[in-house]
Ligand binder design. Structure first.
Ligand SMILES: Nc1nc2c(ncn2[C@@H]2O[C@H](COP(=O)(O)OP(=O)(O)OP(=O)(O)O)[C@@H](O)[C@H]2O)c(=O)[nH]1
Length: 199
């Protein structure tokens, strides 16, 4: 999908602030610093709409991006960042849980993992959690540019095994640096959100 129009509708801290438009939504989750902002920017061909930073754990709201008046990308706070206080972490966890479990417009979740490492315990818990609620998941193994081509099959095996990936969920190798995997992610997004669009 070629994205011409995208804007941050709201950085929400409470359910009452979520958009009421009813467009389909896809949430993006992953551990802090995994490359979520970079993925979002690459998907919408922007340099810095979703802020990227070298300071992990910065995103602490649910950010709703309106894409082409067709769907929302929902950027979920990164998990597993040790320096977030316990009470803040519990607050975010409650907000994320409420969103993931009761949002009617939510069609699926893109879960990012780092292609260079085995999925962490947090990654595994998140995936199991999403499956428990029967949410369709696209796993994106990002920063694949940092892995040699020869090792890509090993990455696929490692991620599938580490997460115990369900038969119906897909895995895409992705790089925000080179754009590899972008079309495959869009294909999944369009199919999952049931939106059309030219490539
Ligand atoms: N080589 C390479 N670096 C990447 C890629 N994606 C992200 N990075 C780098 O990884 C770091 C973290 O990326 P972000 O996109 O800010 O990560 P984030 O998950 O949004 O981080 P939080 O804001 O903490 O949630 C930055 O230095 C990025 O430049 C990629 O595909 N390849």
């Amino acid at each position: 999908m070629k994205v011409n129009q995208v804007s941050l509708t709201i950085s929400a801290v409470a359910e009452s602030q979520y958009p009421a438009t009813g467009y389909p939504e896809v949430a993006f989750v992953g551990r802090s610093n995994v490359g979520k902002s970079s993925l979002l920017n690459r998907l919408i061909d922007r340099k810095s709409l979703a802020r990227t930073s070298s300071v992990p754990g910065k995103t602490q709201t649910l950010n709703f991006y309106n894409v082409e008046e067709e769907l929302y990308f929902v950027d979920v706070p990164g998990y597993g960042y040790a320096k977030v206080s316990k009470s803040d972490r519990a607050k975010f966890a409650a907000m994320i849980e409420a969103y993931l479990t009761s949002r009617k417009q939510l069609r699926g979740v893109v879960q990012l993992v780092d292609a260079r490492h085995e999925p962490s315990a947090d990654d595994v818990s998140m995936y199991q959690y999403l499956k428990y609620f029967h949410l369709p998941v696209l796993v994106v193994a990002t920063k694949i540019d940092k892995t040699s081509r020869a090792k890509q099959n090993a990455v696929i095996k490692m991620v599938k095994k580490g997460l115990d990936l369900n038969q119906t969920d897909h895995l895409v190798l992705f790089s925000a640096t080179t754009g590899e995997g972008k079309d495959a992610v869009w294909q999944w997004l369009e199919a999952t959100a049931e939106i059309g669009g030219e490539k």
